[in-house]
Design a protein around this ligand. Structure first.
Ligand SMILES: [Cu+2]
Length: 129
């Protein structure tokens, strides 16, 4: 009788442990998909990044295309101060040093060349269409 009760108790403990372990492993399994969701979001990000001009190593990178009047983000990854100033002065970003700022693209479609007022050799192109 004691042995039967003991077995029953043991079974209950094992069942409880199994539930806990299952809960733990399913919890771990559940936390994995969110990271692949994050990866999917990261893949979608480049579309947004198209409205971002990044200054890196005194280089603006490839021309970017934005909609008329779009808010363009300017990211300066250098320790030096930079800005985005249109050659025709139609737009200009604030100057940032190792930071991020924004400016408004022209509302008139066209191809605008720009430069950094502190480093005239830095040149980039903003296409508005
Ligand atoms: Cu500069």
């Amino acid at each position: 009788m004691v042995t039967a009760a003991g077995r029953k108790a043991t079974l209950l403990v094992m069942a409880a442990l199994t539930v806990v372990l299952t809960a733990c492993s399913s919890g771990t399994t559940t936390s994995a998909p969110p990271s692949s969701t994050t990866a999917a979001t990261a893949v979608a990000s480049p579309a947004t990044a198209a409205t971002t001009i990044t200054a890196k190593s005194f280089n603006y990178g490839a021309p970017i295309t934005v909609a008329p009047g779009a808010t363009v983000t300017f990211v300066n990854t250098d320790d030096a101060r930079h800005n985005v100033t249109a050659d025709d002065k139609s737009f200009a970003s604030p100057t940032v040093t190792g930071g991020t700022t924004t400016f408004t693209a022209p509302t008139t479609p066209g191809t605008y060349t720009f430069h950094c007022t502190f480093h005239p050799t830095m040149r980039g192109t903003l296409i508005v269409k």
